[in-house]
Design a binder for this molecule. Structure first.
Ligand code: UAG
Ligand code: ATP
Ligand code: API
Ligand code: MG
Length: 486
């Protein structure tokens, strides 16, 4: 419970109709979940407009509504707060309602097309091992210290996020590492939060269905840094061509990391092996268990963040050298007949190219690389032909299959992918709609020593077809198939 006036603190109010001295029992932006005493926040979404439900919610017990446009009929006993942006207002109100949790711990946000989960998960594991109570907000799962809280989004909505952060504060967490998706910046899910720091990994092709242009996508990521305060740090990858763009208008302390460019935190790859990376990191030679040159960037981002959070350099590197990455990222198993299977979450062209070039670099050159890959439905269509082409360019055999078709026809997605397969590559490609059958086929094709890459689903435990999620786990299916191989 809270008094409306108190939780409106910091909201840019344009007009108030009714009393703000009323008790609020819960916050809600979904009319279907309103109960007695709710403060409803009307948000214009991608499919509908919350303002269309303001009348319904007041009939169902809502006592107040935050709106961008006042309704024609003002219900008696209901308070209306008019603002310019209700999603931003929700961020501020949710923060107040849950006692401003982000100001009570050190919250670090990580943004970028790829590497967010890896960097946040490593930071979470590192700070736990350094002896702190820590929270994690990530695509795979959220953590309140040791307690797992299932994740629904990469970055939760304003209410879920502040509620989660509040539980972290109650559990004594001193740090929280969270992924900041570009959707969350544009939809103001992170508004009202106080960040101790922001980290940028990279930006490459993805989510153009939502952002429409690459420029808008860059602006979305930059928006996160633009809103950091002068007390925060902004750590960016300056080997990425847009790394410096993130720092252009930020008030935060600007810090950089790179393998190639001049930067505050530097690393060099000494060896990149199947067993892990051997790096020179700020003049110290360290072995890490993560594989692939892209992970040198992730490790460097983690190292830089830990130092900016005033941790001891030697302790950080010692712990970091023992850590494994996030579930479903370069997760490999070896069959009894010595076929190697790798499950990875590469679901963008850049990630797919990185993972396949890593596999090529660490393979002996005599084995075949068999890639099983699909593209998500109701998501960026433009990446589909590019991902198929990338798979062909770096593999000996490619099986195109389904990866969460959602509400789209799986055949249509495969046709979009096939458009990227050149005439010369046609003979490499098979299309098998059913992902389980595609994995089985890859296992049948593989000879001892060959490498199978299952890309795109990583940790996911479901396949979403026609809006229905059924149990599906790439690694489990691969393990079953491997056990059948003599
Ligand atoms: C495209 C997108 O991002 N959609 C998110 C968005 O929903 P929306 O804009 O479509 O909402 P809408 O259906 O148009 O409704 C608008 C408003 O009316 C309200 N409403 C609607 C119907 C009704 O009967 N009553 C009612 O009150 C809704 O609650 C909402 O407040 O706001 C919702 C509430 O915060 C999110 O749950 C929803 O995420 C959907 C499920 C989603 O799939 N999002 C993905 C694309 C996403 O966010 N991904 C990113 C990153 C991915 C990555 O890691 O690369 C993430 O952070 O997870
Ligand atoms: N720094 C990086 N640069 C490029 N590719 C990377 C990097 N780190 C990881 N990848 C690739 O991207 C995939 C996804 O990594 P990760 O889950 O860490 O990214 P993410 O940014 O959290 O993705 P999402 O947007 O889905 O939340 C990995 O499985 C790997 O193939
Ligand atoms: N968080 C990303 C993950 C995509 C993973 C892939 N398996 C897919 O379903 O497209 C998204 O929602 O776009
Ligand atoms: Mg993620």
């Amino acid at each position: 419970m809270a008094v409306l006036k108190d939780i409106l603190y910091g909201v840019a109010i344009e007009q108030v109709v009714g009393s703000t001295e009323i008790e609020i029992s819960q916050l809600q932006f979904d009319s279907r979940k309103v109960s007695e005493g709710t403060l409803f926040v009307a948000i214009k979404g991608t499919r509908s407009d919350g303002h269309d439900f303001v009348k319904d919610v007041t009939e169902n017990g809502a006592k107040a509504a935050i709106v961008e446009t006042l309704p024609e009929v003002i219900a008696e006993g209901v308070t209306y707060i008019k603002v310019a942006n209700s999603a931003t207002a929700l961020g501020v109100v949710a923060s107040n309602f849950y006692h401003n949790p982000s100001s009570k711990l050190k919250l670090v946000g990580v943004t970028g097309t790829n590497g967010k989960t890896t960097v946040c998960t490593l930071l979470y594991k590192l700070f736990k091992k350094l002896g702190y109570n820590v929270g994690l907000v990530s695509t795979v799962e959220n953590y309140i210290n040791d307690l797992v809280v299932p994740a629904t989004h990469t970055t939760p909505d304003q209410i879920a996020l502040n509620q989660l952060l509040n539980r972290m504060v109650d559990a004594g967490c001193e740090y929280c590492f969270m992924e900041v998706s570009s959707h969350s910046v544009v939809q103001h899910r992170i508004d009202g939060l106080e960040f101790a720091g922001g980290v940028f990994t990279n930006i490459t092709h993805d989510h153009l269905d939502f952002h429409k242009t690459f420029d808008n996508y860059i602006k979305a990521k930059k928006g996160f840094f633009d809103n950091l305060t002068s007390k925060a740090f902004a750590l960016t990858n300056v080997d990425d061509r847009n790394g410096n763009v993130m720092l252009q208008n930020t008030r935060a302390h600007k810090k950089t990391y790179a393998l190639n460019a001049v930067a505050d935190f530097k690393a060099k790859i000494i060896e990149n092996l199947f067993s892990g990376l051997h790096l020179d990191i700020d003049g110290m030679e360290v072995y890490f268990r993560l594989v692939g040159s892209f992970n040198a960037y992730n490790l460097l981002a983690v190292y830089g963040t830990a130092l900016l959070l005033e941790q001891d350099r030697t302790k950080v590197l010692t712990v970091l050298s023992m850590l494994t990455g996030a579930e479903g990222r370069f997760d490999y198993i070896i069959a009894p007949n010595k076929v190697i299977g790798i499950v990875d979450y590469a679901h963008t062209p850049d990630a797919l190219r990185n993972i396949l070039s890593t596999i090529e670099n660490i393979s002996s050159g005599t084995e075949s690389i068999i890639t099983v890959v699909g593209c998500g439905g109701d998501r960026d269509r433009e990446k589909r032909p590019i991902m198929a082409q990338t798979a062909c360019d770096w593999s000996h055999k490619v099986i195109l299959t389904s990866d969460n078709p959602r509400t789209e026809k799986p055949e249509d997605i495969l046709n979009d992918m096939l458009a990227g397969v050149s005439a010369v590559n046609q003979k490499k490609v098979l299309t098998i709609l059913d992902r389980r059958e595609a994995i089985k086929a890859a296992c049948h094709l593989a000879k001892p020593g060959d490498i199978i890459l299952l890309a795109g689903k990583g940790h996911e435990k479901y396949q979403e077809i026609n809006g229905v999620r059924t149990d599906f786990d790439d690694k489990q299916i691969l393990t079953e198939q491997f056990n059948l191989l003599a």
